[in-house]
Write a protein that binds this ligand. Sequence first.
Ligand SMILES: C[S@@+](CC[C@H](N)C(=O)[O-])C[C@H]1O[C@@H](n2cnc3c(N)ncnc32)[C@H](O)[C@@H]1O
Length: 344
Amino acid sequence: MGKRDRNLVSDLVFGMLRCWEGLVKTTGEETPGLVHLNAYVQTLGHEPLAFRDDSFEKVAPLQSLFTVNDEQNKRGKDQFGDNWDSLLETFAERSEVFLKFRNAAELELFQEVLEELDIKGEVLPSGKGMKLNPDDGGKVRSLIKEQKFPIEVQDYSCQQVIDFLPNIEGKKVWDVCAGNGGKTLDLASHVGGGQLIASDISESKLIELQRRVTAWTYQGIQTRLLSKNISQTAIDASFDLVYLDVPCSGSGTWRRSPWLKMWEAEVIEDVMETQQELLQHFAKSVKQGGKLAYSTCSIWKEENQEQIQTFLKENPLFQLEEEHQLLPEKGKGDGFYFCLLSKT
Ligand SMILES: C[S@@+](CC[C@H](N)C(=O)[O-])C[C@H]1O[C@@H](n2cnc3c(N)ncnc32)[C@H](O)[C@@H]1O
């Protein structure tokens, strides 16, 4: 299969996943099959597939090209009211590709490479990030590999975290859920002579984190593999900043990962339990006068504001300093929640 065909198949599969619940209603079929493809192409306004003889009463125009199950629909309407339908429309679109650079000079070098190929990139307000058209994504990813300096593909909302955080220069910082280090790189570039610990329960992610940190030529970052049993991690209240970029439903990233909307409610409930346990346990490692930061890539208040309210009720030494709820938006990043608490 050639590259064009692969792109076509991927567009079709992603497109069908985006409006899956609508296709099930239209066809009356829950088991994935060609019947859904036939309904999908007709929904887009094309002729029925020549080799299929499915006959639908009428291909129902999908309410939106992004559909969710009834429970999520209710939750969305309850939480976002009249804005819910326009949020669903946003989820139907492909998101732009966002890049992150070590510095403005390297961004400019890459811009020259793009200009030679007539690819347009828009520089983000930070001066160290760039936005590109989704159609250029494949080409740009290949170009990144050919450069002598590191470039990360990272959503714009995630790139803004460093602006929400307090000054960490010379401070002792713990990035508890560091994963493969997307945001650790930003912490590392701001921590100056301080101390940065990056931890996770996944060894393979920490190996990838170490590879990235080395590629970005940052030194002195300690990695720590944690037990899945949260209460087993020893705590001492010595950190100026503890950052919890917790596991979540990923509902803010549905444009890029539409399959996440199919997560079972019980899985999300388990994740929410972990979020509260992480908050309660790792908050103990914040020193007096220190800060606790919490973020998710979810749009649901149950994983965001409500988790923080529950935490604050049980931890009166902490106060909410600031909160940012970013919703997915055309030309901007994914849905993201960030809040900063301080400890007296
Ligand atoms: C949202 S991801 C982190 C993304 C990462 N900070 C980044 O910027 O790329 C959440 C991470 O939490 C980790 N995690 C899950 N349970 C954990 C726990 N009990 N302690 C620490 N990390 C945990 C997961 O392995 C996952 O890598």
